[in-house]
Ligand binder design. Structure first.
Ligand SMILES: Cc1cc2nc3c(=O)[nH]c(=O)nc-3n(C[C@H](O)[C@H](O)[C@H](O)COP(=O)(O)OP(=O)(O)OC[C@H]3O[C@@H](n4cnc5c(N)ncnc54)[C@H](O)[C@@H]3O)c2cc1C
Length: 302
């Protein structure tokens, strides 16, 4: 049978629809229907796949009406964000702008106003796109996520969350409820950069950096990239080049070279592996320099 896999603009499959008002109600629906249910938050990823019949869910569970999943809380030392918090709410949050500017920059770089008004932070992570714009900043911020099911809850370091394109460690009965982001130490300089075909598109490559210096010696260095491996990744080898060293042009160039060797890009519709490797060098170099400038600006202003 011929199946139109082009975006039909209609939902071509029948499904039963749930719109619970609480997390525990949602968990019991997930517990009852398991793998046959798909969670819908903003729908900007899920509905595209349903329209293309890449997935044909029997049940859809809309979590958008669950108020307890929508919050941004400053809890001395940690920012908690509810999984169904919209990207536009992240962009508009003074807490995020002031305490986690790298996340603010990344959220602002996602799609368009319309996409940011619908898309959520939880949907962005659970979609597990290697090109996610939120994953690299959240990785450099040492984020953990909290999953909830009828049998309890667990906290998972984001570093262990992604298994491959579209795959996470979440079990079919688990709902992502919260993103837990430790505040970086005072004086940390951060930056996010992205290269895409158009401003509306997913990244050909993106990078997030967080550094802290003592004088000119690098005391903290975290670098993460997207769209250059099967999952968003931390560049641990690259970080090691800079950690404990003077922040010099020579060190930056060694780090840039190591980054281009550490990533595992592929060729797909957005870019070639060769371009991704080359542009990653430019992104890492620029992001490191921008983060460094911000450390220095902070020293002058702070
Ligand atoms: C035109 C366009 C442009 C885009 N541009 C970008 C971009 O520049 N950068 C970028 O990163 N992304 C981009 N995206 C992708 C998408 O908008 C984002 O990933 C968005 O954050 C997804 O959130 P959502 O709430 O819409 O997810 P949904 O589509 O609702 O869900 C995505 C996946 O996560 C699961 N899920 C959602 N919430 C939960 C939860 N609480 N617990 C467990 N599973 C859950 C769903 O079942 C589904 O599998 C774009 C999409 C479009 C259509």
């Amino acid at each position: 049978m011929y199946i139109n896999r082009v975006n039909t603009k209609i939902l071509p499959v029948e499904f039963k629809y749930f719109a619970p008002k609480t997390v525990s109600e949602a968990a019991s629906i997930l517990n009852r229907y398991g793998e046959e249910v798909r969670i819908l938050a903003g729908g900007t990823d899920l509905l595209v796949k349903v329209k293309q019949r890449l997935i044909e869910p029997k049940y859809i569970l809309n979590v958008k009406g669950i108020e307890e999943l929508r919050f941004i809380e400053d809890r001395s030392g940690e920012i908690g964000v509810g999984a169904a918090t919209k990207l536009s709410e992240l962009v508009g949050s003074e807490i995020i702008k002031e305490k986690l500017p790298v996340l603010h920059e990344a959220a602002e770089a996602v799609g368009s106003v319309q996409i940011r008004n619908m898309g959520t932070i939880g949907g962005n992570l659970c979609n597990a796109s290697p090109a996610s714009d939120l994953a690299p900043p959240l990785l450099v911020l040492n984020t953990s996520v909290k999953a909830y099911s009828s049998s309890g809850e667990r906290v998972i370091p984001l570093e262990k969350f992604f298994l491959g394109p579209g795959e996470t460690v979440l079990k079919p009965d688990e709902l992502l409820v919260e993103i837990k982001i430790p505040c970086p130490p005072e004086g940390t300089g951060m930056s996010f950069l992205k290269v895409a075909r158009t401003s509306m598109d997913l990244a050909k490559a993106n990078v997030a950096v967080a550094i802290k210096l003592d004088g000119n010696t690098v005391k903290l260095c975290r670098i993460a990239m997207g769209s250059v491996a099967p999952t968003p990744i931390r560049l641990f080898q690259t970080e090691k080049i800079l950690l404990g060293s003077e922040f010099t042009d020579g060190k930056i160039e060694r780090a840039v070279q190591t980054a281009s060797e550490e990533i595992k890009p592929i060729t797909d519709i957005r870019s070639t592996a060769e371009y991704r490797r080359e542009v990653s060098k430019v992104l890492v170099r620029r992001a490191l320099k921008k983060a460094y400038e911000r450390v220095k600006e902070g020293e002058i202003n702070g």
